[in-house]
Design a protein around this ligand. Structure first.
Ligand SMILES: C[S@@+](CC[C@H](N)C(=O)[O-])C[C@H]1O[C@@H](n2cnc3c(N)ncnc32)[C@H](O)[C@@H]1O
Length: 286
């Protein structure tokens, strides 16, 4: 019988073995995820892992189970229950889209048009976990921020995230939403479902992100069209819209914005990885 100390696993050994297993399973960032899961099991930040020598049997077993799930391509954020987005940690899990780092660029762009407004009104269409709305509210505390989401499961996660904040969560389809705000909104931001039906996506996405968050019809633009119509209705003259899109829609979404005739200064923007990521425009008229 091994004595109790011999049962303990060296943390660094377990972490290396986990990274090898995740790499073999095709996980995109195996070292990062192995660290993040170990830190999650230990209830510490990844930066403090260097202070841990050994895992208890219970910790090692829990780590092993989580690594096995990650190797089976369950998203890291579903296993830890948290997704970082700009300055926030958001609760996420089955039933809600995991916020992506590339969407942070859209929020960054959206903050600029708000400068100079004492009490701007902002609407996040297709809000999911509430990542965009909550970030704007966090970084522009004087703003009145609405978050619109249609799917009940996603709304339940958003409710958790907006609790204790001033964000106004609206459980509705973006079509026809918030008519009382027509012509008064300063900024509309949206990360709608935009993947063309049938496109191939990673297992984490296909099996764990909700279908309503992903698929945008044959050309990927079904919800984008509704978002543009709703933004045109909600925005005041001079108000701004920013809409995230797929890599291949860097021309088609700006073209759609120009075609409706209610937006000027239409432009497309790249994310930090240099890929076309979101289109913007300014509501004309007066
Ligand atoms: C790609 S996710 C984005 C979530 C979040 N804004 C983010 O960036 O992490 C799109 C979200 O739009 C919601 N959605 C799809 N169609 C919608 C519609 N017609 N009206 C309202 N919400 C919709 C989905 O349920 C999903 O939560």
């Amino acid at each position: 019988m091994p004595s109790e100390p011999e049962l303990a696993t060296r943390a660094v050994t377990a972490q290396r073995a986990a990274a090898r297993r995740l790499a073999a399973a095709g996980v995109a960032s195996p070292e990062h995820d192995a660290r993040a899961l170990l830190a999650h099991v230990l209830g510490i930040s990844p930066g403090r892992l260097v202070t841990v020598d050994e895992l208890t049997v219970a910790q090692a077993e829990r780590y092993e189970r989580l690594v096995a799930e990650r190797a089976d391509r369950v998203p890291l954020q579903h296993l830890t229950g948290v997704a970082g987005f700009r300055r926030l940690d958001l609760a996420v899990g089955p039933g809600v889209f995991v916020p992506r780092p590339e969407t942070e660029s859209l929020v960054e762009w959206g903050l600029a048009p708000l400068r100079g407004h004492r009490h701007p009104v902002v609407v996040d269409l297709c809000a999911g976990s509430g990542a965009i709305a909550l970030s704007v509210a966090d970084e522009v505390p004087a703003a009145t921020v609405y978050a619109v989401e249609r799917e009940g499961d996603a709304v339940a996660w958003a409710q958790r995230n907006v609790a204790g904040t001033a964000v106004r969560l609206v459980h509705a389809d973006v079509a026809g939403v918030l008519p009382e705000l027509d012509g008064t909104v300063d900024l509309v931001l949206a990360n709608p479902p935009y993947i063309p039906d049938g496109a191939s996506v990673e297992r984490e996405v296909a099996e764990h992100d909700p279908p309503a968050a992903l698929w945008g019809g044959a050309d990927g633009m079904e919800t984008v069209r509704v978002v543009i119509a709703t933004a045109a209705r909600l925005l005041r003259p001079g108000g701004a819209v920013g809409i995230e899109h797929a890599d291949l829609q860097g021309e088609s979404v700006p073209a759609l914005l120009r075609r409706v005739g209610e937006f000027g200064q239409v432009a497309d923007h790249r994310d930090l990885a240099g890929r076309p990521r979101f289109a913007t425009g300014i509501r004309v008229g007066g």
